[in-house]
Design a protein around this ligand. Structure first.
Ligand SMILES: Nc1ncnc2c1ncn2[C@@H]1O[C@H](COP(=O)(O)OP(=O)(O)OP(=O)(O)O)[C@@H](O)[C@H]1O
Ligand SMILES: [Mg+2]
Length: 362
């Protein structure tokens, strides 16, 4: 068990800044996902924690001790790489035992620890198999066992499921989570799959271009995305420019001025802002509401995703399954999030103040 801190960590390649002023504090026994688009710096951060690349600035602290200048083999971390490479000419047993041999443990101790870890990842009986004789999911579990057998204080997983098909991904990610919770091992899990991040982690750090946009629980990321980037990146979201006043949303351009009623959002602005509405917050109504036409309908089993043509542009909504293409419906918003300068404006007062500061009228 150990906590991990990155303090003002920076990484440059030549004159290109990849990571800048990164602060991240992970609690002991926590599973944290680094989630972000390709090239956002996830692998770079993980490799700096593991010591495989050096940071240019800042400190990395594990369990209270700075490890910034400690080589990877002497850090209390072990890493499963993005392209997990098992040694093809070694059996499962030999693959897992290798790291322990380097540490010069006795044969007896090695065999005991390999047996323990094989049981943990549910691979008992496959000791003598070679990687080519295993399924993708089994190979992945060997890679995990190879990291776990070293009893690291911090486990680093770089897209450990990327080579698996969707069904197996679900299964193995749940197994990893179960093992992580059972061992209470501090874990950093890198992925660019938000569904994966949201379903296995205690907290998620959403990365964009080498900085953290928001570090929060999955629920908070979904319900209170603090930046425009997170709002667009996590889950499905309708984002559009508009004005919001006295419980109504208006389109930015004045030709489309049919207001859309909006509950639970008492912000007010006469200047256009970025508004974000989740598909499940678009409510089809029988009474008061703005007009929309159903453009497309995508059945999703117990509900349907529909695309609506509205005065605010095309919007996606999740609805019970009974609407048909071409139908004219009425709708309102259950909840709209308001962004200004890319950041969530939480309250009316806050909003009014900001707009006033920027010299606009309310
Ligand atoms: N050795 C290097 N030299 C120069 N630039 C590099 C080097 N390694 C990585 N980069 C750059 O750093 C940025 C972040 O790369 P990184 O591999 O951390 O991204 P990532 O978030 O892991 O992406 P992916 O999801 O594709 O794995 C990229 O723009 C990449 O081009
Ligand atoms: Mg990567």
């Amino acid at each position: 068990m150990a906590d991990l801190s990155l303090v003002q960590v920076g990484k440059r390649y030549g004159d290109r800044t990849i990571i800048e002023g990164l602060d991240l504090h992970v609690q002991s026994g926590e599973m944290v996902c680094l989630l972000g688009p390709s090239g956002s710096g996830k692998t770079t951060i993980l490799r700096m924690i593991g010591g495989f690349i050096n940071s240019n600035e800042g400190q990395i602290i594990i369990d209270g001790l700075p490890v910034t200048n400690v080589p990877p083999e002497r850090r209390p971390t072990s890493m499963v790489f993005q392209q997990y490479a098992l040694w093809p000419n070694m059996t499962v047993y030999q693959n897992i035992a290798f790291g322990l041999k380097l540490r010069r443990l006795s044969k007896r101790e090695i065999s005991q620890r390999v047996a323990e870890v094989l049981q943990m990842v549910d691979l008992r009986g496959l000791e003598k198999y070679y990687p080519a004789q295993l399924s993708g999911g089994q190979q992945q579990r060997v890679a995990l066992a190879r990291a776990l057998v070293l009893t690291p204080k911090v486990l680093l997983l770089d897209e450990p499921l990327s080579n698996l098909d969707a069904q197996l991904r679900h299964k193995v990610r749940e197994e990893i989570r179960e093992i992580q919770q059972r061992l209470h091992i501090t874990t950093i899990f890198v992925t660019h799959d938000q569904d994966e991040a949201m379903s296995v982690s205690d907290r998620v750090a959403v990365l964009s271009e080498g900085h953290i946009e928001q570090f929060d629980t999955p629920d908070n990321l979904y319900l209170h995305p603090e930046t425009n980037f997170v709002a667009r990146f996590i889950g499905s979201m309708n984002v559009f420019r508009g004005r919001i006043r006295n419980g109504f949303v208006y389109a930015e351009s004045s030709e489309h001025n049919e207001p859309v009623p909006c509950e639970h959002s008492n912000a007010t602005s006469t200047t256009p802002v970025d508004l974000a509405v989740r598909p499940e917050d678009i409510l089809i109504t029988n009474d008061i509401g703005a007009t929309a036409r159903v453009l497309r309908r995508l059945p999703r089993g117990h509900y349907a995703e529909i695309v609506l043509e509205t005065s605010l542009g095309t919007l996606r909504a999740f609805v019970p399954n009974q609407l048909s293409i071409g139908e004219i419906v009425k709708f309102r918003f259950g909840r709209a999030l308001v962004y200004q300068g890319g950041r969530l404006v939480k309250e009316e007062a806050n909003m009014a103040q900001r707009v006033a500061q920027e010299g606009a009228t309310i």
